[in-house]
Design a protein around this ligand. Structure first.
Ligand code: ASP
Length: 412
């Protein structure tokens, strides 16, 4: 069996949903499991419903926008709308109920997960209307997680057991399910982190021992640079798992960082294919060796540089480093680049305001703390002489580091 994943951009208009159906149809009548994201910017809209400071008016406006967006898609796609309206309205009623219940991350997950439910229901009904043997699956009955809301940790053993009955279903049907969602042992919904649908697809592929996972994107494949920043990047025909995993670590957002590992562990190839032109070869990420990879350039925006200085004319000690790392691990913050000097330790992290404010508060108990925000971390993996020089001389470099294969510069 195979797994396909379609993201929100591939599902944002009725035309695109028709195109999704045609890709599915040209592929198979069975043995295909399709993971879908929420349509367009639905997840952002759902986030506004649970924003801590959301006014009643903001909530009502967001709800109205959410309904109109999905209803317009339904009107454009279906002649007989009764079944799909009933299914979508049941989900809307749940949202309206759940935004009033509980608070914090738990409430977030109950509400924000609903975008994938709506989208999968619409795609499922559309495939049925095209006489395809679609079977709608609630992914939460398969993907078991712990109770870490907004960042559910997968229980792999339970998930592997949960997916077993699907094998029989897949013999006769195309299974349509949601990305991004899981379920706690208590039956509450969890989400797997923003953009987590790729990861969901990898979890299904791994648990079902799929022959491959195909992620359909609006790019020609995995490229050595972001096409929005570079006019003509190179599209890789194939990439080793390790190379692809490192790219995502440095911030390349073509695939969610957690996607590669479960596939690599089971040797399942990941195909990144172009949604608009499925005849393009795309990129195959699998166990292979590729000689002489070109320099790979990754820009990671919204970075923050924090420097901790000792105040008593001593040098930075291991004990003081311990204090810094303890604060970082308490707040679950990952360092993207770090450097120490005689009297200070500097590190670069993603700028998430509330976490950064907490971190600075903790560090100020022991250090003089300085910070800069709005920075970009540029990573050049497999650099050559030309790219090395070019990026070292980038204007506004605040921190720079290189190994034998990778150069990183943090710039204003
Ligand atoms: N809908 C979720 C998000 O926008 C998950 C995903 O699309 O991958 O983050």
């Amino acid at each position: 069996m195979k797994v396909f994943k379609f993201g929100g951009a591939s599902l944002k208009t009725p035309e695109r949903i028709r195109h999704v159906a045609s890709i599915i149809q040209s592929h198979a009548e069975n043995n295909l499991l399709v993971v879908v994201s929420a349509m367009g910017k639905t997840t952002d809209l759902l986030e506004t419903l649970v924003a801590p400071a959301a006014s009643a008016q903001a909530v009502n406006t967001a709800l109205a926008t959410l309904k109109k967006y999905h209803y317009d898609i339904i009107e454009a796609l279906f002649q007989d709308t009764a079944g799909v309206y009933a299914a979508v309205n049941a989900i809307v009623a749940d949202i309206e109920k759940e935004i009033t219940l509980g608070d914090g991350d738990q409430r977030y997950d109950q509400v924000v997960s609903k975008g994938e439910l709506m989208s999968s229901v619409i795609v499922h009904h559309y495939l049925l209307s095209q006489n395809l043997h679609s079977h709608w699956l609630d992914a939460r009955t398969c993907i078991a997680t712990d109770s870490s809301f907004r960042e559910g940790k997968v229980d792999w053993a339970k998930t592997a057991t949960n997916v077993q009955p699907l094998k029989a279903v897949l013999q006769k049907h195309i299974v349509i399910t949601q990305g991004f969602v899981g379920r706690t042992p208590d039956g509450l919904t969890t989400t797997l982190g923003r953009e987590g649908s790729d990861y969901s697809a990898a979890i299904f592929a791994s648990s079902l021992d799929a022959a491959s996972l195909t992620i359909w994107k609006d790019v020609a494949g995995v490229m050595n640079a972001d096409p929005k920043r570079f006019p003509s990047p190179i599209v890789f025909e194939e990439l080793p798992y390790k190379e692809a995993a490192e790219m995502t670590y440095y911030g390349a957002n073509v695939i969610h960082p957690k996607t590669i590992k479960p596939l690599a562990n089971k040797n399942i190839p990941l195909l990144v294919k172009n949604f608009d032109d499925p005849s393009l070869p795309g990129t195959r990420i699998h166990a292979c060796t590729v000689e002489n990879l070109p320099p790979l350039i990754v820009f990671k925006d919204h970075q923050c540089l924090i420097s901790c200085k000792v105040t008593d004319y001593t040098f930075i000690s291991e004990e003081q480093l311990g204090v810094i790392f303890h604060a970082l691990s308490t707040l679950d913050i990952r360092i993207n680049l770090m450097q120490n000097s005689a009297i200070s330790f500097s590190f670069c992290i993603d700028f998430r305001e509330s976490k950064v404010v907490k971190l600075i508060g903790m560090l100020q108990q022991n250090f003089e703390v300085y910070y800069n925000t709005g920075l970009t971390l540029i990573t050049i993996k497999n650099y050559d002489a030309a790219s090395f020089e070019r990026y070292r001389q980038h204007p506004g470099v605040m921190l720079e580091q290189s190994s034998r294969s990778t150069l990183q510069v943090l710039v204003k």
